[in-house]
Design a protein around this ligand. Structure first.
Ligand SMILES: Nc1nc2c(c(=O)[nH]1)N[C@H]1C(S)=C(S)[C@@H](COP(=O)(O)O)O[C@H]1N2
Ligand SMILES: [Mo]
Length: 248
């Protein structure tokens, strides 16, 4: 039997509720996939959330990794960073951490790396296989030392999405510490190009495309997602009602 993670969760919920249609109901979806509820649900469920996603062979890499969403943040700040090859770019790591960090690309390169060939699935109906190289998010969070109250990691991006609050995403500690969750600076053996999120993007391989935040500027550890953007944990969650937990 082949089940994806989402089918499994919805299926389990439906079994509990005793009704298949119920799981497709908006309210039930909201109850299952919102950040607050997912956390509680996942802890009790039988899912092995630390399981690895499939990694592909080099000959399976897609010839072109199609960009989607913002293809260039085009803000004055981003353009200034891009012009100097991101020499002045820093990744800020703050919030509920004992040691806030400000990391240059060179400093990130000095961390241990991970390389993985994975499939990216966008809800708009396309997929691409790419080889990502980057620093496991766990390494950076360990260096910053998360405080006990830190339940979510929020990723703030450089693109302002038309004067709104900017693109952002969030994941919980389980995904943040997953071995395939990396801050990627290279795609297919090349430095990440602007269209795919230069200089640094998230790869959280257990989840769908919109969680793969590009153009990372700041990482923030928080107890609650309230008060960040629209409070639903991400740009698309706030604006289009996408599930906070986009597991595949
Ligand atoms: N900062 C930022 N991150 C983003 C987006 C975006 O518009 N801005 N789009 C998301 C969506 S919907 C997808 S499918 C992937 C696309 O990544 P790609 O451009 O490398 O294909 O990035 C995600 N991360
Ligand atoms: Mo997407």
């Amino acid at each position: 039997m082949i089940l994806n993670r989402r089918t499994l969760i919805v299926g389990a919920a439906a079994t509990l509720a005793g009704c298949d249609r119920l799981a497709k109901n908006e309210t039930v979806r909201e109850a299952l996939f919102s950040a607050e509820n997912f956390h509680r649900w996942a802890q009790r469920s039988l899912m092995a959330r630390d399981a690895l996603v499939h990694e592909f062979r080099p000959d399976q890499i897609s010839p072109f990794f199609r960009p989607n969403g913002t293809a260039n943040p085009n803000t004055p700040e981003y353009k200034a960073l891009w012009r100097t090859g991101f020499a002045d770019w820093r990744l800020q790591v703050g919030g509920l951490v004992e040691r806030p960090l400000s990391l240059s690309l060179a400093q990130l390169h000095a961390f241990p790396h991970r390389e993985q060939i994975t499939r990216h699935d966008c809800v708009e109906g396309w997929s691409a296989i790419g080889k990502w190289r980057g620093v496991p998010l766990k390494r950076v969070l360990d260096a910053a030392r998360l405080r006990d109250g830190a339940r979510y990691i929020v990723l703030h991006c450089a693109d302002d999405m038309g004067g709104g609050n900017g693109y952002y995403e969030s994941i919980d500690r389980v995904d943040a510490f997953h071995p395939q969750t990396i801050l990627a600076f290279a795609l297919n053996d090349q430095p990440l190009r602007v269209a795919n999120g230069a200089p640094l993007r998230l790869r959280v391989e257990r989840q769908l495309g919109y969680k793969q935040a590009k153009y990372l500027m700041r990482i923030e550890a928080v107890t609650s997602l309230d008060g960040i953007g629209g409070g639903k944990g991400g740009f698309w969650e706030d604006h289009a009602g996408y599930d906070w937990y986009a597991g595949i």
